[in-house]
Design a binder for this molecule. Structure first.
Ligand code: NAD
Ligand code: DAU
Length: 355
């Protein structure tokens, strides 16, 4: 049996592939176009492992996706591939429309063509799992109840609008064509291999480099944080036992204001790697202009996945953030390579024309 993972060289996708192969011998085909966010160094420990095949390509390219599905007899697709950074979507929304909406459309069509030719048993057992975000639900006021799966989609940024559009396509391909889909809407992830353009890794990396820690607006925006490995276990569980056509919210029950996250990172660094001058990392915090259209609060009600599938996060925020800060301290070369772009040279050297 084989699964196709798209976007498996990115932050969550690479964690998912590593976790999958740590727990099962089922082969993974990993399709990733290697945008700036795709990094094969995340998967270096799988080099020479015949259970993992990396293919550089675009989910929007049916000439790549169709043969991959057929040649490997894929029984499930897990779709992580997307442009994922809200700030980049504000500066350049087109890539989000292309990759997240048009890309998902072409992927769905290639999968539908493959799935419709499968024998009855293969057809009913097949799954297309779409990895989405809580941002599709819009923004909450301070005392609003957390998002449930029944909240309407009210996206506010080009990124969240593109993810909402892809969710709708996935839903429609189930209702119209019967494609056996599952959708997960997850809150903010953090953990190893997180690209240092996002809040937590950016703060760790900037703090250690003696740079300012840029907090947008008043820093009181709230996100619900989930350790990435818990997201991976939720996806495995939904793939295994989720009801076809359903959506499942995934979250960590960890609502935190941004400024509190930054303070926590600073305190951990004060303990683990104190500044040479004896000062506190928090002195580097700098309030900067707010993100345009900045969503004030996200909160996930994850009771459905717990009730129906028995999934709960294993990490608390305290344990997850400690592991995360430790990982960045233990992997300065990974950070340096990502920042210098030299991982691209590494990819060419290691994988040649294949990547
Ligand atoms: P990421 O930016 O780290 O990785 C995305 C990966 O997708 C990259 O490796 C990139 O090369 C690849 N990719 C992009 N467009 C592609 C295309 N057209 N064809 C093939 N590959 C393509 O993102 P991430 O944080 O790992 O997020 C993965 C998925 O999870 C995204 O769909 C995102 O919307 C969703 N999500 C992320 C979070 C989070 O907190 N990071 C939370 C909820 C949901
Ligand atoms: O909620 C899930 C989403 O979480 C995912 O769908 C997205 O792919 C992922 O990028 C993330 O989006 P956010 O916009 O919430 O994440 P980001 O790390 O960019 O920002 C987190 C919060 O921190 C947000 O309120 C903006 C703020 N922020 C961010 C950066 C990069 C700052 O204050 N300063 C910064 O420098």
């Amino acid at each position: 049996m084989t699964i196709l993972v798209t976007g498996g060289a990115g932050f969550i996708g690479s964690n998912f592939v590593l976790d999958w192969l740590a727990q099962s011998n089922e082969t993974v085909i990993n399709l990733d176009k290697l945008s700036y966010a795709g990094n094969l160094q995340n998967l270096a420990s799988l080099q020479g492992d015949s259970r993992h095949t990396f293919v550089q390509g675009d989910i929007g390219d049916a000439a790549v996706v169709g043969p991959l599905l057929r040649d490997h007899g894929v029984r499930a697709v897990v779709n992580f591939a997307a442009e994922s950074h809200v700030d980049r979507s504000i500066h350049g929304p087109e890539a989000f429309v292309q990759n997240n909406i048009v890309g998902t459309f072409h992927l769905l069509e290639a999968v539908r063509a493959y799935w419709s030719e499968l024998p009855a048993q293969g057809k009913s057992g097949f799954r297309f799992l779409h990895v989405s975000t809580d941002e599709v639900y819009g923004s909450l006021a301070k005392d609003d109840p957390a998002f449930t799966e029944r909240n309407p989609h009210e996206p506010n940024s080009p990124y969240s609008a593109s993810k909402a559009a892809s969710d709708h396509l996935v839903r429609a391909w189930h209702h119209t064509y019967g494609l056996p889909v599952l959708t997960t809407n997850c809150s903010n992830n953090y953990g190893p291999y997180h690209f240092p353009e996002k809040l937590i890794p950016l703060m760790i990396v900037n703090a250690l480099a003696g740079k300012p820690l840029p907090v947008y607006g008043d820093g009181q925006q709230i996100r619900d944080w989930l350790y990435v490995k818990d997201h991976c276990s939720a996806i495995r569980r939904v793939l295994e036992a989720g009801r076809v056509g359903e959506t499942y919210n995934v979250g960590g029950w960890n609502e935190k204001a941004n400024i509190d996250i930054v303070q926590t990172v600073c305190t951990l660094l004060d303990e683990l790697q104190p500044r040479a001058d004896g000062k506190r990392y928090a002195e580097q915090i700098t309030y900067v202009a707010d993100r345009p259209g900045h969503d004030r609060r996200y909160a996930i009600d994850a009771r459905k996945i717990e009730r129906e599938l028995g999934w709960k996060p294993a990490e608390t925020f305290d344990t997850g953030i400690a592991k995360t800060v430790r990982w960045y301290l233990d992997n300065p070369q990974w950070v340096a390579n990502v920042q210098s772009g030299s991982y691209r040279q590494w990819v060419n050297q290691q994988y040649g024309a294949q990547a």
